[in-house]
Design a protein around this ligand. Structure first.
Ligand code: NAD
Length: 288
């Protein structure tokens, strides 16, 4: 293996340690950051994600509460709860664990969250601010990737970056963030005819397709930085990313593992957004 690992587990511990200090300072000033998670149904993966987020809150000294609904709940029940949490002075972040059961309109629910408490960064206000380059609560996974690149001292300005995937959660926002930092960005999707044509000239490759092995070493430029966002459960029960790790690591200079890479940073950024939201909400209340 030529590439060295970008250790998402270690970086996320570092971020959570910083958040613990910041949350303690806010708590001492009378504002303990608080996160409310809403979990609908009993999807096993969602259960694990919410448990990890609750644990990270504990690690950072952030108050957390979990609100559960049965999978056949109505949209108005969920929206009523969000309205209450929007007004709750002890809650600074609200997250709705996705995916939602079919009968619920995901966008109608997500857009009910007050933008100042939208710690997942999915409200139109926060996504719009990302496009315009304004201050925003940014989506956690792309924010985690940018934090990794920055803390590892990986140059972005002037580099060629390829993003594989164009979702609102990962592909589009990470492309915007890389553009804002001066990269030349190409965004590929499932209709892209020759993925290798783009990946083979990229200095930074971010892969968020949800397809194991969609990128391998033969498709990469020597020395590329490879960020694997994918989380796939293989038939043998193991977790795998979207990148064929062994062949990619033989060519790349830096690479993220799965697990222990981007996923860990996503959780750390949720806590960071919650602490920042608490600070901003408290400052706005003080200024009134
Ligand atoms: P999505 O299904 O919404 O989007 C996938 C995107 O990949 C689409 O834009 C599609 O066009 C593109 N795509 C699919 N196959 C492709 C191919 N062969 N070539 C090029 N593009 C292709 O998925 P998402 O929500 O963006 O998530 C992507 C992956 O990242 C999933 O595995 C998901 O589990 C994972 N994920 C991980 C984290 C984390 O914290 N690590 C967070 C969010 C998502």
């Amino acid at each position: 293996m030529a590439a060295s690992l970008i250790d998402g587990a270690a970086l996320s511990r570092q971020v959570l340690g910083e958040m613990r200090t910041q949350a303690a300072a806010l708590s001492a000033a009378g504002v303990r950051p608080g996160l409310a998670a809403i979990l609908i149904g009993a999807d096993p993966a969602s259960e694990i994600y919410v448990r990890n987020k609750t644990r990270a809150c504990e690690e950072a000294g952030v108050h957390s509460e979990l609100h559960r609904f049965a999978s056949d709940c109505s949209e108005s029940e969920v929206i009523d709860l969000i309205a209450r949490l929007n007004a709750d002075i002890n809650i600074h972040g609200i997250l709705v664990q996705l995916p939602l059961p079919r009968q619920l309109n995901t966008q109608r629910i997500l857009q009910t969250v007050r933008p100042e408490k939208d710690v997942d960064g999915f409200s139109w206000v926060n996504l719009g601010a990302l496009v315009a380059g304004g201050p925003a609560l940014a989506p956690c996974t792309p924010l985690g990737i940018m934090t990794m690149l920055e803390r590892e001292g990986i140059e972005i300005e002037g580099r060629d970056a390829v993003v594989i995937g164009r979702s609102v959660i990962v592909g589009k926002p990470i492309a915007l963030m890389l553009i804002a930092r001066g990269a030349t960005v190409t965004v590929c999707n499932s209709k892209t005819r020759d993925l290798g044509l783009y990946t083979s000239r990229a200095d930074i490759v971010v892969v968020a397709a949800g397809k194991p092995g969609v990128v391998n070493g033969a498709m990469l430029k020597r020395g590329a930085v490879v960020i694997d966002v994918g989380i796939n459960r293989l038939p043998n029960g193991k977790l795998a990313g979207d990148v064929d790790f062994d062949s990619a690591a033989a060519v790349a200079s830096r690479i993220t593992p799965v697990p222990g890479g981007v996923g860990r940073m996503t959780v750390a950024m949720l806590i960071s957004n919650t602490v920042n939201a608490a600070r901003q909400i408290a400052a706005a209340a003080g200024a009134r």
